[in-house]
Design a protein around this ligand. Structure first.
Ligand code: PMP
Length: 431
């Protein structure tokens, strides 16, 4: 602990002036019962705390930093923009350039509206789905997190799951009532909901591959089923690709699984480390948004040039051939190493990975939905987290989160992680 004296002092002070000492609950290290680590700088695959400790890092600022920290090309564009101005509240050409690039990556997208966070993106997409269909009800899946908008704070993953919160005071009963929840990967449950409420459902929103209850892939045929049932019922299929967009492939989960949703939401990577979100879809739906259409949504800083430059430069870097192959190779190496450790030690753990997202679940059975994650040994997870951080490997501090692999990770970084994982599991086994 004395290794992080300055962080402990900083956290004490932060608690005086900021609720819980953090500006987002997931950062609080609540589930691992530690003080959060205060960061001074990031570089490549590494973070450095204010005590001068170095960490090999798998949080990627919760997803955005796919190129690693401080990529030179992004910094260069930001420095140039800084000289020109940080915000104008008037159109700039870079907004069109990034929107055009997104339509190139995503065949299901004709038009894009930029906002400032993933939360805003999903809130706006839900409003648009309701406005466009003239219906009120939304279907969401248990353990999926779509930001903290009222309609979607029901049985959500990420920070709510970590803290064991089912909903939130402040969300009215009437709002919560319009959100119907089904377990992930359960076709029957969704079919029953559509049988009962089909003509009232504006849309279904989901993480096509989940990250906010840890990484779970859709079962074969599941996304196809959702595409078909929404189409048949005149409801919209909304893929929340805030986490998976530009990460699982250039075209996100929708490219990987070859499914075209009606609306998509983005965040994280799309802003290259700056606060950005976006919602996007076919022209006829997106043209329902103001100023063309009646659904209102706006933003003082939306599409601001600093954020757009960081996003555009990041997306351009992801356009290069082999980027996703390289991420997949890193993922495969890590997966093989950790699975070998689990096997050798006969340790009760289950490793899930899709592309550069993975979660090590502390359970001896397959993880397919939120219920399975809730049955994991959370104490064992906390002990594992501590073993890893003490070896200088910084993982997301909750079982209900995804780990991210960045392009900055080298083979030797991955070897270091696999060795640390072996040591940690071996120690936990002995205890
Ligand atoms: N949707 C998904 C799938 C997310 O992972 C997140 C954030 N983790 C959000 C929405 C909300 O994004 P933000 O935190 O930028 O509001």
């Amino acid at each position: 602990m004395s290794k992080r004296k300055k962080s402990t002092t900083a956290f004490k002070k932060a608690n005086k002036f900021i609720p819980g000492g953090v500006n987002s609950p997931a950062r609080a290290f609540s589930a691992v019962e530690m003080d959060p680590i205060f960061i001074e700088k990031g570089e490549g695959a590494y973070l450095y705390d204010i005590d001068g400790n170095q960490y090999l890092e798998y949080v990627n600022s919760w997803g955005p930093m796919i190129l690693g920290y401080n990529p030179p090309q992004v910094i260069e564009e930001l420095e140039k923009q800084l000289q020109l101005g940080t915000s104008f509240g008037a159109p700039t050409e870079v907004e069109t350039e990034i929107a055009e690039l997104i339509t190139e990556f995503y065949p299901a997208v004709d038009k894009v509206r930029m906002v400032n966070s993933g939360t805003e993106a999903t809130m706006s997409a839900i409003r648009l789905a309701r406005g466009y269909t003239g219906r009120d009800k939304i279907v969401k899946l248990e353990g999926c997190y779509h930001g903290h908008g009222d309609s979607l704070l029901v049985d959500a993953g990420s920070g709510l799951a970590t803290l064991g919160i089912k909903g939130s005071p402040g969300v009215t009963e009437n709002t919560a009532r319009e959100t119907i929840v089904a377990p992930y990967n359960d076709q029957k449950a969704v079919a029953e909901i559509f049988n009962k409420y089909g003509s009232e459902i504006a849309g279904i929103i989901l993480e096509p591959v989940t990250g906010n209850m840890g990484v779970i892939a859709p079962q074969r045929g599941y996304l196809e089923f959702l595409r078909e049932i929404t189409y048949k019922n005149g409801s919209l299929l909304i893929f929340d690709e805030v986490m998976t967009g530009f990460r699982l492939s250039r075209g996100g989960a929708q490219e990987l699984y070859a499914i075209e949703p009606d609306l998509s939401t983005f965040g994280k990577i799309i802003g290259g480390g700056m606060p950005v979100g976006a919602y996007a879809g076919k022209k006829e739906i997106m043209d329902y948004v103001a100023p063309l259409g009646p659904v209102y949504q706006a933003g003082t800083l939306s599409g601001n040039p600093m954020a757009m430059q960081a996003g555009l430069t990041t997306l351009k870097a992801l356009k290069k051939e082999d980027v996703y192959l390289e991420l997949e190779k890193k993922g495969q190496k890590l997966e093989a190493g950790i699975k070998k450790n689990i096997e050798e030690l006969n340790f009760p753990a289950y490793f899930n990975r899709v592309g550069s997202m993975f979660t090590l679940f502390f359970t001896d059975k397959e993880v397919q939905n939120y219920q399975d994650v809730k049955e994991c040994d959370l104490d064992l997870f906390a002990a594992y987290f501590k073993e890893m951080i003490n070896q200088g490997i910084y993982l997301p501090p909750s079982q209900f989160e995804a780990n991210f692999i960045s392009l900055a990770l080298t083979d030797s970084d991955l070897d270091k992680t696999i060795t640390a994982n072996y040591k940690a599991l071996n120690k936990l086994k002995a205890e």
